[in-house]
Unconditional design. Structure first.
Ligand code: FAD
Length: 412
């Protein structure tokens, strides 16, 4: 596509959650310069979380995923260029180059490119019927094959894999989840939550295999026919869904000399080490207070949106820094999980409520202080628990564990 302009006062690369929010916030902060929001997907910005939830199940149409209607961007004089991929950045000249050879100059650049779904590298990984779920196109390809699919193997027991497993089990498919570690959600949650979700999936007929790695994807005539596990087990299936993480899309910035590695390093205002270049969202490696100041990437809508707001304020002369409490959600079956804080490095957990009653919270503590909560069908704990996290509350463990004691009473 021919770019609508050759220069942008603010050029935003990546038209996902962070990119869209940056543009919206710039106008909200009364920024009057030119804004160009470009991205390599052929769409205006849309919500990604439903791709493994209501969009995959067919409950939500693509139109309902759009972050704003098309007229919104026009009305606010935000130029958009879908289907445009940036392949190189010249930080000295303040110019980016696109895959089709077009170049565009900027005063400030906001890099909001998220990441690509990590893929398997084993034999058969390229066969038709092997899917990842990162983009709307991914979800469309997957959905188009569902009619001819009876059995699905999901590789990876993280949130995206489990959400997809829930949708497909509900749709009557025979689903097997293969997780390399000894419990699902092991990288993001404590044992009580992992065991609860494992049991919930089993109760819906999902076979959950733990401590299992995939050796090869088997196929015939270019299409997947099964999965061979490291222990020799063979699982027949017509579809494989791979949910094994994200690789941050930062190569053009790192090639241009930006500091980073697993993401591009940013400071508290989301500035990279390159002049006038900011980075936000899934690709931004930042020191996070809720991770004891360690540099991490957070893959959540909250993080992308809040970092976008910080950058918009920085560009319009403010001095906001990124210090937001992380939060996240996941929907599986009738279970609404809401998390607040980061459980990284916890040394104790308290379970509030009864998992058998399907409403409870897992509270994570470190050295006696609350650092995070995972709340299942427990909105009140989620809302009231936020303060425990921000204050790093320490106190009566019995009261914390008693669901009859509202969490707000603990911080009163
Ligand atoms: P993205 O929204 O991924 O946007 C980046 C955009 O940049 C993409 O369109 C990408 O194609 C484009 N791009 C990449 N490289 C280039 C380039 N070189 N040139 C141009 N464009 C480029 N988070 C939650 O909080 N709750 C959830 O329940 C949840 N569920 C999820 C379910 C799924 C299936 C997925 C995939 C993610 C989910 N997430 C969820 C995570 C959340 O969607 C991400 O954290 C969020 O989208 C990050 O926003 P972002 O702007 O950093 O990146």
């Amino acid at each position: 596509m021919t770019l609508p302009q050759r220069h942008a006062d603010v050029l935003i690369v990546g038209a996902g959650h962070g990119g869209a929010q940056s543009a919206m916030q710039l106008r909200q902060q009364k920024f009057t310069g030119s804004i160009l929001l470009l991205g390599d997907e052929p769409h205006l910005p849309y919500e990604r979380p439903p791709l493994s939830k209501e969009y995959l199940s067919g409950e939500k149409s693509f139109e309902r995923l759009l972050i704003r209607p098309p007229s919104f961007w026009v009305d606010r004089d935000i130029a958009t260029a879908p289907g445009t991929r940036v392949v190189a950045v010249d930080p000295a000249a303040h110019v980016v180059r696109c895959a089709d050879g077009q170049a565009i100059s900027y005063d400030r650049l906001i890099w909001a490119t998220g990441g690509a779904a990590r893929r398997l590298t084993c034999e058969g990984h390229h066969l038709q019927g092997v899917h990842t779920v990162r983009t709307c196109a991914d979800a469309d390809r997957l959905r188009a094959e569902l009619d001819g699919t009876r059995a699905v193997v999901v590789v990876g027991g993280g949130y995206i894999g489990l959400e997809a497993a829930a949708v497909l089990a509900k749709a009557g498919k025979r689903v097997t989840v293969c997780e390399a570690l000894d419990r699902v959600l092991a990288r993001v949650a404590g044992e009580p939550l992992s065991r609860f979700y494992e049991a919930a999936h089993r109760a819906h007929g999902v076979d959950v295999l733990l401590g299992t790695t995939v050796d090869a994807i088997e196929g015939a005539d270019g299409r997947v026919t099964g999965v061979r596990l490291a222990d020799g087990t063979q699982l027949a299936c017509q579809m494989v869904i791979v949910g094994i993480g994200v690789i941050p899309a930062v190569a053009p910035l790192l090639d241009a000399g930006a500091m980073g590695g697993n993401g591009v390093a940013v400071d508290a205002q989301c500035r990279t080490s390159l002049p006038d270049v900011f980075a936000i969202g899934d690709c931004a490696l930042h020191a996070n207070r809720f991770a004891d100041g360690f540099a991490i990437r957070i893959e959540s809508v909250q993080n992308a949106n809040d970092q976008a707001t910080v950058v918009a304020r920085a560009i319009t002369g403010g001095d906001a820094i990124y210090d937001a409490v992380p939060w996240f959600w996941s929907n599986q079956y009738d279970l609404k999980l809401q998390t607040v804080g980061l459980s990284i490095g916890y040394d104790d957990v308290v379970v509030r409520g009864d998992p058998d009653a399907r409403t409870f919270s897992v509270v994570y503590l470190k050295q006696g202080r609350v650092i995070a909560l995972d709340c299942v069908n427990a909105v009140r704990d989620y809302v009231q628990g936020r303060r425990l996290v921000t204050e790093r509350w320490a106190g009566d463990r019995d009261a914390l564990a008693d669901p009859a004691v509202p969490l707000k009473e603990l911080t009163a």
